[in-house]
Design a protein around this ligand. Structure first.
Ligand code: SF4
Ligand code: SF4
Length: 408
């Protein structure tokens, strides 16, 4: 006997059929069918606020969300997911809004968007159960994973011959053989990449514009990459930045984001160059203090100390109406892991020629593995989904508006 169909599967099928009939029997794209699904309470709140904003339009110049909003009269599930990930929570539209609480309209776009954004991280996560676990206990999961993995590796080293040893001239492979490290990190990193790819593919399938602008998608893709790398919208649209604890503009959030992002990328570049040295030229680690991998890793590591500390401090002082407090553990968990990866990496580099190297290496590798395992479920996923939303916006704004109301 076939298994009973779940209520949500039946609802999905009925919704697709209704969308199909509504389209005059024409084939319905996955995103159109998804857009017709019933909204959750949080998504309904975004749709309600967007209806009011669409009548007001005072914030049109603040960010990409408002011009994207004006291309719609109704807000379905896909629209809400797209707009929520296009919002970068700058707070500008809250401080500008005459209908913000205590007004009876209770417009708080940053908060409504943040709640849905958090929901999308776990909705699109692979596997979903891990997404939900990390969403509610991010800091605990991050620190417990880092501590547990570091302890496991330290015990493995202790069983092999002791944690304290004669200086090994920074030869990490004397502690963990190269091939073992490749297997350990290759599998964990491969899992993170796969989980992120599945998540963003699901997201894109649901929000995809479904059309190609004149001249193709390449100019839109180039613009989206430029906007993402430059953190264009964190300048508030006027260059003075976004809001943090009050209604003053502030550019420090953008600055600390840059430290964090480029710090991470430099550390990634350091590992990539070291891999190239190893496999292409046969140059084995340890590398000298003036070598390219060490310079890239040191500069990136310093960026990864400054950025997360700055973002943590800004977050702790953040205006209480800007975001969704339920996501704080997830955000702090990610910042904590980035900071610890950098701190343990830099300490390891400085003390690599001492008897503490094996213990420091075990701790650093444990923290790095914990970061990789949790990457697909929190703020890093935000970067991926936001880039996809920016790409959709760059494509969409090159397409003629279906509303044909004049201003487009
Ligand atoms: S946030 Fe407020 S001021 Fe801005 S467009 Fe919406 S309703 Fe108007
Ligand atoms: S919080 Fe900032 S990014 Fe989000 S909708 Fe408002 S103005 Fe746009």
């Amino acid at each position: 006997m076939p298994p009973p169909e779940s209520a949500s599967t039946t609802l999905d099928a009925l919704t697709r059929e209704a969308a199909h009939l509504g389209a005059g029997g024409q084939p319905v794209s996955p995103s159109a069918a998804f857009n017709a699904l019933p909204l959750t309470e949080a998504e309904g709140e975004v749709a309600r606020q967007m209806q009011i904003c669409n009548a007001c339009r005072y914030c049109e110049g603040s960010c990409a969300v408002f011009p994207a909003m004006t291309r719609r009269l109704e807000f379905g599930k896909a629209d809400v997911h797209y707009l929520a990930n296009l919002c970068h929570n700058c707070g500008a539209c809250l401080h500008a809004c005459q209908y913000a609480p205590p007004h009876e309209f209770a417009i708080n776009v940053p908060k409504a968007m943040a709640v849905v954004r958090g929901q999308t991280y776990s909705d699109y996560a692979f596997p979903q159960a891990l997404g939900a676990l990390y969403r509610h206990n991010g800091l605990l999961v991050s620190l417990a994973s880092a501590g547990g993995l570091a302890l496991f590796l330290a015990l493995a080293v202790a069983m092999k011959g002791g944690l304290w040893h004669e200086p090994l001239a920074g030869n990490f492979y004397a502690v963990f053989p190269h091939n073992l490290m490749v297997i350990m990190f290759g599998s964990v990193f491969g899992f993170a990449v796969l989980a992120l790819a599945i998540g963003v593919t699901r997201f894109w399938r649901n929000v995809s514009p479904g059309e190609v602008p004149e001249g193709g998608n390449a100019p839109a893709a180039a613009e989206a990459v430029h906007n993402a790398l430059k953190l264009k919208y964190l300048d508030g649209g006027h260059g003075e930045g976004c809001h943090n604890e009050d209604d003053r503009f502030n550019t420090t959030r953008r600055l600390y984001h840059h430290f964090t992002f480029y710090g991470f990328m430099l550390c990634f570049a350091s590992t990539s160059v070291a891999t190239l040295y190893h496999y292409a030229f046969g140059w084995q680690a340890p590398y000298g203090y003036t070598s390219l991998p060490v310079i890239l890793g040191t500069v990136g590591g310093i960026g990864l100390l400054i950025g997360p500390v700055g973002l943590w401090r800004l977050k702790a002082r953040r205006h209480p109406m800007h975001g969704d407090d339920a996501q704080n553990p997830m955000d702090y968990g990610f910042l904590a892991l980035l900071f610890l990866v950098s701190l343990t990496g830099l300490v390891l580099m400085v003390l690599r020629d001492t008897g503490a190297m094996a213990l420091l290496l075990a701790v650093h590798l444990g923290v790095v593995m914990a970061l990789f395992v949790t990457l697909p479920y929190g703020k890093f996923a935000h970067g991926i989904f936001r880039s996809a939303a920016l790409l959709k916006w760059s494509i969409e704004r090159r397409l003629p508006s279906r509303l044909r109301l004049g201003s487009d």
